[in-house]
Design a protein around this ligand. Structure first.
Ligand code: BG6
Length: 504
């Protein structure tokens, strides 16, 4: 692959101090620290790098290091850390205990940073990573400004985890606060889907090959399906999920990003803003639903009890942290349209759910039928259309379904598959999305991060749905059996247009 297509990978990162708010939390343990350790193992981390975890827990530097070592052992894609390299890595890890809802906590942090930065000679380059519960983000950002920590002698950046707001108004307010303290070029709004190799490969597939682009439009494409299906349930996050639901948790961010990447125009170059300019245009072109449209274009449901992976699982409403009368959706299916020259009239079907039959994330482009059916007589059911499917996970790859003649005297036509599998074609194991994204922050490359206007456009697109669900007390919340493919009405959404959901 031409490495220049993906900016940043060949640059070099300079010394930094990475300060993690929520440093003793789940994200730091499961994702951030294992990612940093793997980057170090691959010699991609800048030297020196100091990592400072912040939190309220009773931890000192050593107990924090021990904790992260077990977490890395448990959650890293590469397994147990190597004894010697961990010992050298952990020398740069620190824990600062304090209350980061008040100014005095930040004053204390400033003191500690002064010592740590001096010891590691990180030259005042700082990254603040917000991995706390999202309701704390605005105050942390405000206090970073008030304490003067947002300014240093080196480069300062801030990484903001999802969810970015819980609706357009709160996202806008968070942007106002963030842009008041930091310049947009310092702000990295993260959506880990953009760090997935297969998502970046959509860009390469579309724009580094000549054969897809000519048919990538309403003249040849009949419909597009984007599926983010999970077999997992809440994984101990019931309280968070009750407040979020599938639309906020996955559709507004991950699915909107997949949609933007698949539907955008070719950017003029691969600079961060050129790509983001094109993505935001797609999000802005999404047809705004009216309240009356929501019922006919969107299905929402929550799972009942069932069997997933051979194991009986409880209904959503019986999960820990979930209200017995909960109205939160764990499944959404929607039909959207992009009103622009390329896509006018092509339905984009999106679906996402927890406790579905299988884990599968896929983008499928279904092409139109051939204009004139030469083979109709021997094929009473017609000839199925071509489908290009991009498997984001698992079993990452791309397949194309096309028609072939069945061997024999009759002119019978049968669909066959041409398949590209990442695992088979490349011997290298894909890195975790967080490895790629953390490295990009260190390199100062914003390509795979969400710009302010993008996040607001994505919220704007889903607001009619949220408003309609909020306004109609009786807005239907269906139930699906855990371990199934979702409610029947999601199937009807496609059936009425002559399509059906893909099965995995
Ligand atoms: C997160 C959501 O952003 O993405 C989770 O909060 C979801 O609910 C997860 O499970 C899915 O990510 P992945 O990488 O496993 O597809």
């Amino acid at each position: 692959m031409n490495e220049q297509l993906i900016p940043g990978v060949s640059g070099s990162a300079s010394a930094h101090t990475l300060v993690i708010f929520g440093g003793s939390g789940d994200l730091a343990a499961r994702k951030l620290l294992p990612a940093l350790y793997n980057l170090r193992q691959n010699n991609l981390l800048p030297e020196p790098l100091a990592v400072v975890g912040l939190g309220r827990r009773e931890l000192d530097d050593q107990s924090y290091r021990d904790r992260l070592r077990s977490a890395t052992q448990e959650f890293s894609r590469t397994g147990s850390p190597d004894e010697d390299s961990w010992t050298s890595f952990e020398r740069g890890l620190y824990f600062v205990r304090g209350d980061f809802g008040v100014l005095s906590g930040f004053e204390y942090l400033k003191e500690r940073l002064r010592t740590i930065e001096k010891e590691h000679a990180t030259g005042g380059n700082r990254i603040f990573y917000l991995a706390t519960q999202p309701s704390l983000f605005p105050e942390i950002i405000r206090l970073l400004g008030e304490s003067g920590l947002s300014k240093s002698s080196g480069a300062t950046r801030i990484v903001i985890e999802k969810p970015f707001g819980r609706d357009l108004a709160t996202a806008h307010a968070l942007n106002e606060i963030s842009n008041g303290v930091f310049d947009e070029s310092q702000i990295y709004r993260i959506d880990h889907y953009l760090g997935k190799e297969t998502v970046q490969n959509v860009l390469v597939m579309r724009f580094a090959n000549v054969m897809f682009e000519p048919v990538w439009n309403r003249q040849y494409v009949a419909s597009v399906q984007i599926t983010v299906s999970e077999a997992d349930g809440l994984e101990g996050r019931g309280t968070y999920y009750e407040e979020a639901g599938a639309l906020r948790d996955v559709v507004q961010n991950h699915i909107m990003q997949l949609l933007a990447v698949v539907a955008m125009e070719p950017p003029v170059n691969f600079q961060a803003d050129s790509i983001r300019d094109e993505k935001v245009k797609v999000l802005r072109a999404l047809r705004k639903m009216k309240a009356a449209d929501v019922r006919s274009h969107v299905v929402r449901a929550s799972y009942g009890e069932g069997v997933v992976g051979g194991r009986e699982v409880p209904a959503y409403r019986d999960e820990e942290g979930v209200a017995s009368g909960s109205q939160t959706e764990t499944y959404v299916a929607a039909r959207l349209f992009i009103d622009n020259w390329r896509w006018k009239g092509v339905p984009f079907y999106l679906r996402s759910g927890k406790r579905l039959a299988k884990r599968a994330t896929e983008i499928a482009i279904q092409f139109k039928e051939v204009p004139h059916l030469l083979f109709g007589l021997s094929n009473p059911d017609g000839v199925p259309p071509n489908v290009l499917s991009i498997r984001i996970q698992p079993d990452e790859g791309i397949s194309i379904t096309f028609e072939a003649k069945e061997p024999g005297p009759a002119m019978r036509v049968r669909p066959v598959n041409m398949d590209f599998g990442y695992g088979e074609s490349f011997s290298r194991v894909s890195s975790d999305a967080y490895e790629r994204l953390l490295l990009d922050v260190l390199l100062g490359d914003q390509t795979l991060f969400i710009r302010r206007d993008e996040t607001e456009a994505a919220w704007d697109a889903v607001m009619p749905i949220l408003d309609s669900w909020g306004a109609e007390a009786d807005s239907p919340l269906e139930t699906y059996v855990a371990g199934s493919w979702g409610p029947r009405s999601a199937g009807d959404l496609l059936r009425e247009d002559g399509f059906r959901w893909r099965r995995f």
